[in-house]
Design a protein around this ligand. Structure first.
Ligand code: 16G
Ligand code: MG
Length: 546
């Protein structure tokens, strides 16, 4: 059948010389360059399925990139992102010239000692991009070329596909591997606290209202599909639902986070809650506009704080001795880290940028809350933690307060998508917490104040000259750069700065925060200059912001 695969692949030929990289979140580039990559990812997913003797997922999406782009993400058996060794195979396979494809496949089969007579199952999903239909067909062709079975879920969010893969490989223990099953599980867990009578009494109809910016993408479609399951306990006004606007264009979570501004196309009254999804609905950020018209962003750090505070309170009430931690990256606002460590007294860990690193670190704890500042995140519960929570919830002898807390913890376990960050699932958890606490978005925002910050990019001839350590917080090369950053940081109060090579763009990223916006801007500019001078900057020298 391998030979058959090669014959078949002449239908999905590779443009000679084209080289692409399986990056931080899969392949991502202009959709016109991806047909052969998709076919080959169908082949690779089939091999991975044979190797793991489990169902593997392939999601066709380019997330928050422009409509013209597309991409592909591979999903491992427990619904997590594919393991790094196989990311390497993905790159090798995608870049093998047509005549070398057979050899490249054989190489993977040999290295992994794959039993080719093993059955294979692959789940495929796609976002709403116009290129996604034919590209997901190319994936399906790849699967059948190697004799694998596939199930085409059609239009789903990235986290929904992760969820399906996990359900399938746990024989339904995680839930039913259908989109309906997903809505049922999440919405029941969202509504259950109501039946416990724990939504705060000031939870009026106003409090139940939320404006959602669907980024003109798949998330909008799926929110609409889910609405009936919410039984009117959450009133959603959906904007940027794809009926008029362009995907991710001046809307969506990435736009809102980067621009620090409301998306176009949304109407919200002063003080009301709004949230934005990204193009494949695996990120979410919240915001509101105050009575003076000022925009306030509640990003991944604020979300992590809200969720971990809620969980910590429940653990205390339930008298359960479970270790909870928050995992962040260097981009987390310094105020959030201080608040979590000093006031909340929770363990905080910092990892390199990229979801897989956070996910991995969160697995070390009984309860691991992880969020990137950009709004991607979720909560992981260890098996032991889930069992303890369940025992208490079902213990007839437990007192009422402990039991109520255990039931709320159980609802949290059920509402959250533990496989990967999920805008829909995160939204339901956040809405439940606000309702249970009777908290407005202003009160949530006031838990701590963000330090002013600035992000800049610097173009250098080769960004790999920048090497970092300590979860990207310190530069070890080029020589002298870290010393330069250290002395610049000393000039400002409450200041912090770091640089790292981007994993998705050919630039070096610079982050700075300080007591005032002006200081953060000045520091970011000065550090950019240091990068430009010490790391081989190209083009004009970075200009001051003021
Ligand atoms: C990817 C990552 C995201 C990270 C971003 C950083 C996943 C699923 N996505 O989008 O977590 O924040 O890259 O981009 O891992 P950068 O390296 O260009 O700064
Ligand atoms: Mg995304």
């Amino acid at each position: 059948t391998t030979l058959e695969a090669i014959l078949y692949s002449s239908l999905h030929p590779k443009p000679a010389g084209l080289v692409l990289q399986y990056g931080t979140a899969g392949f991502r580039t202009n959709a016109k360059q991806l047909d052969h990559v998709m076919f080959r990812m169908g082949l690779l997913a089939t091999l991975r399925s044979k190797k793991t003797e489990a169902t593997i997922g392939v999601m066709v999406t380019a997330s928050h990139n422009p409509e013209e782009d597309n991409g592909v993400k591979l999903v491992d058996p427990m619904g997590e992102m594919v393991t790094p060794t196989w990311e390497g195979y993905a790159t090798q396979l995608a870049n093998a010239e047509q005549e070398d494809l057979l050899a490249a496949l054989k190489d993977v089969i040999e290295k992994e000692a794959i039993n080719m007579s093993q059955e294979a199952n692959v789940f495929v999903g796609k976002d709403t991009r116009s290129s996604s239909a034919s590209l997901s067909q190319a994936v399906l062709d790849g699967v059948s070329a190697l004799g694998g079975h596939s199930k085409d879920y059609g239009l789903v969010t990235t986290p929904q596909l992760h969820y399906m893969v996990c359900c399938q490989n746990t024989q339904g223990k995680y839930g039913e591997a259908t989109v309906e099953g997903y809505y049922k599980k999440l919405c029941q867990a969202f509504i259950h606290p109501l039946h416990l009578g724990v939504f705060a009494s000031n939870c009026t109809d106003d409090q139940k209202h939320l404006s959602v910016d669907g980024a003109n993408g798949i998330g909008a479609l799926k929110v609409r599909e889910m609405e009936s399951h919410l039984k009117k306990e959450l009133h959603i006004s959906l904007f940027n639902d794809g009926s008029k606007g362009k995907l991710n264009h001046q809307c969506g979570a990435d736009f809102v986070k980067v621009q620090q501004n409301a998306p176009t196309g949304i109407k919200i009254n002063p003080g009301e809650r709004g949230c934005s999804f990204d193009g494949d609905a695996d990120r979410i950020v919240y915001y509101y506009i105050d009575s003076e018209g000022q925009f306030h962003l509640l990003d991944g750090d604020k979300i992590a704080t809200l969720i971990s505070t809620f969980l910590k309170e429940l653990l205390t009430q339930a008298a359960l001795d479970l270790k909870i931690a928050v995992v962040q990256t260097a981009y987390a606002n310094g105020s959030s880290t201080h608040y979590l460590e000093d006031t909340m007294k929770v363990i905080v860990r910092c990892t390199k940028t990229g979801v897989k690193h956070l996910h991995h670190a969160a697995q070390e704890f009984d309860i691991g809350v992880y969020f990137e500042a950009n709004g991607h995140g979720t909560v992981l519960f260890s098996k032991a933690a889930e069992e303890k929570i369940q025992q208490l919830a079902e213990n007839p002898g437990a007192d009422d307060e402990r039991k109520r807390a255990a039931l709320l913890l159980q609802n949290t376990v059920n509402v959250i998508n533990q496989t990967v960050g999920d805008a829909i699932s995160d939204m339901l958890l956040i809405e439940a917490i606000l309702a249970i606490k009777g908290m407005t978005i202003q009160q949530w925002d006031a838990i701590y104040s963000d330090l002013p910050n600035r992000q800049l990019k610097v173009k250098v001839s080769d960004r790999r000259v920048i090497d970092t350590t300590d979860a990207e917080r310190r530069a070890v090369s080029p020589a002298g750069l870290q010393e330069a950053i250290d002395s610049l940081v000393k000039k400002y109060r409450q200041a912090r700065s770091f640089v790292r090579p981007s994993g998705t763009e050919d630039v070096v990223r610079v982050y700075a925060e300080a007591e005032t916006q002006e200081s953060a801007d000045d520091l970011a500019h000065e550090v950019s200059l240091a990068v430009y001078r010490l790391a081989g900057g190209v083009g004009d020298e970075p200009k001051p912001l003021h």
